[in-house]
Design a protein around this ligand. Structure first.
Ligand code: HEM
Ligand SMILES: *[C@@H]1O[C@H](CO)[C@@H](O)[C@H](O)[C@H]1NC(C)=O
Ligand SMILES: *[C@@H]1O[C@H](CO)[C@@H](O)[C@H](O)[C@H]1NC(C)=O
Ligand SMILES: *[C@@H]1O[C@H](CO)[C@@H](O)[C@H](O)[C@H]1NC(C)=O
Ligand SMILES: *[C@@H]1O[C@H](CO)[C@@H](O)[C@H](O)[C@H]1NC(C)=O
Ligand SMILES: *[C@@H]1O[C@H](CO)[C@@H](O)[C@H](O)[C@H]1NC(C)=O
Ligand SMILES: *[C@@H]1O[C@H](CO)[C@@H](O)[C@H](O)[C@H]1NC(C)=O
Ligand SMILES: *[C@@H]1O[C@H](CO)[C@@H](O)[C@H](O)[C@H]1NC(C)=O
Ligand SMILES: CC(=O)N[C@H]1CO[C@H](CO)[C@@H](O)[C@@H]1O
Length: 325
């Protein structure tokens, strides 16, 4: 019996290891030597004019990886009313930057047609865009291939919701091979970017259905948000900086807010409800910024490997919004 378990464990480790080993740094070194540089140059040229795009591009990479692995399934357009893709799922209502990815893809297509996958383009763009705004640099081994399937109901179930509590978050991340340290680090992405009031207004106006506020949200902060930002529970247009005052800077602001009960989402504040994740947060806040930067980078590299398709699975899409015909 022990041998069987041991063998099964060996197979799991061996094969998961084998899949991961297929991504490699500089995968396009001989097939398209300029690809990564072209992508980086494009991002460096255009993101300074549109720095608010860095955060949605980072988020898009996360949403891609959490549904069918990092295979660019998030980029596929719906083609008919009964074939609804991930893009039209509720969490995607607020994704931005699809056209930016399409533009980068056409630059690499012009250099090497049919060689560089949309999944790699997205992973590289997310990394380089965060770099432009002064965020951490992480390794992006390449060789991902593009998926053929994109299904709106999968996005609805796989992308964690802002109403998630600690155990729901833990399960959601564990399902993708990510542990509690990864959860805390990757949530740190909320140090940049914005959220729509609808993502958290239940906490301000109707937390338990009795017209009440979420008691775990700092009440002064809640009052401020209600008076100056989200003036009614139906406000679906106003956006709020998640780390007010430094929402374009990769810093420790997000974690400091969590310790003041000023995390915007229930899922943010939930990270302080578990003693392990809370102490990870306290450690990050008490360490130099470079610690967060370095650890975030490792967690991103890990996220970028989720369920990747390599070798001959999937395809290299010609246009990121459509599966090749
Ligand atoms: C832990 C579970 C997570 C939940 C529940 C969550 C949820 C959300 C929600 C609801 C928004 C606001 C959308 C809007 O209202 O416009 C948001 C924004 C954002 N999320 Fe997350 N997120 C999570 C993890 C992550 C991860 C792992 C990353 C990347 C590594 C990430 C990156 C971002 C970024 C950068 C934004 C800002 C987007 C913008 O400025 O448009 N999030 N997230
Ligand atoms: C794909 O859909 C997006 C909206 O999700 C739209 O802006 C874009 O034009 C579409 N792309 C193509 C090539 O039709
Ligand atoms: C659309 O639906 C068909 C039939 O279910 C499926 O074969 C195809 O892969 C779907 N396309 C996408 C992009 O998911
Ligand atoms: C999408 O996924 C759902 C849930 O997994 C499944 O029931 C449905 O058949 C899928 N749709 C398509 C077009 O594959
Ligand atoms: C988290 O939410 C789930 C689903 O709503 C619920 O079953 C569970 O009891 C909650 N856990 C905690 C610790 O509140
Ligand atoms: C999570 O995984 C990383 C390696 O990917 C490891 O360094 C870290 O200690 C793990 N954290 C926990 C809580 O297991
Ligand atoms: C608050 O939630 C309750 C229960 O879901 C609902 O009946 C009520 O209409 C909501 N109030 C507002 C102001 O949305
Ligand atoms: C936003 O709210 C308005 C009025 O309540 C509504 O007409 C509109 O459809 C909503 N938009 C979205 C995207 O939900
Ligand atoms: C970017 C994008 O595709 N957004 C879509 C999200 O879903 C709604 C419908 O639920 C579409 O109207 C948006 O175009």
């Amino acid at each position: 019996m022990k041998m069987v378990i041991f063998f099964a464990l060996f197979c799991v480790l061996f094969f998961s290891g084998a899949v991961q080993a297929d991504l490699q740094l500089g995968f396009y070194k001989s097939s398209c030597p300029k690809a990564e540089k072209l992508i980086q140059d494009f991002v460096k040229e255009h993101i300074p004019n549109a720095p608010s795009l860095a955060s949605p591009l980072l988020r898009m990479h996360f949403h891609d990886c959490f549904v069918r692995g990092c295979d660019a399934s998030v980029l596929i357009n719906s083609t008919s009313s009964n074939n609804q893709t991930e893009k039209v799922a509720t969490p995607n209502l607020t994704l931005r930057g699809f056209d930016f990815i399409d533009r980068v893809k056409s630059v690499v297509e012009a250099e090497c047609p049919g060689v560089v996958s949309c999944a790699d383009v997205l992973a590289l763009v997310a990394r380089d865009a965060v770099g432009v705004i002064g965020g951490p640099f992480w390794q992006v081994p390449t060789g991902r291939r593009d998926g053929l399937i994109s299904n709106t109901s999968e996005a609805a179930t796989q992308i964690p919701a802002p109403t998630f509590n600690f155990s729901q978050l833990q399960t959601s991340f564990a399902n993708k091979g990510l542990n509690l340290t990864d959860l805390v680090l990757l949530s740190g992405a909320h140090t940049i970017g914005v959220a729509h009031c609808t993502s958290f207004s239940n906490r301000l106006y109707n937390f338990t259905g009795k017209g009440d506020e979420d008691p775990s949200l700092d009440s002064e902060y809640a009052t401020n948000l209600k008076q100056n930002k989200c003036k009614s529970i139906n406000d679906n247009t106003t956006i709020v900086e998640m780390d007010p005052g430094s929402f374009r800077t990769f810093d420790l602001g997000y974690y400091k807010l969590l310790l003041k009960r000023r995390g915007l989402f229930q899922s943010d504040e939930a990270l302080t409800t578990n003693s392990n994740t809370k102490s990870t947060i306290v450690n990050l806040v008490n360490s130099p910024l470079s610690t967060f930067m370095g650890e975030f980078a490792l967690a991103m590299e890990k996220m970028g490997r989720i369920g990747v398709k390599t070798g001959s699975s999937g395809e290299i899409r010609k246009h990121c919004a459509f599966v090749n015909s």
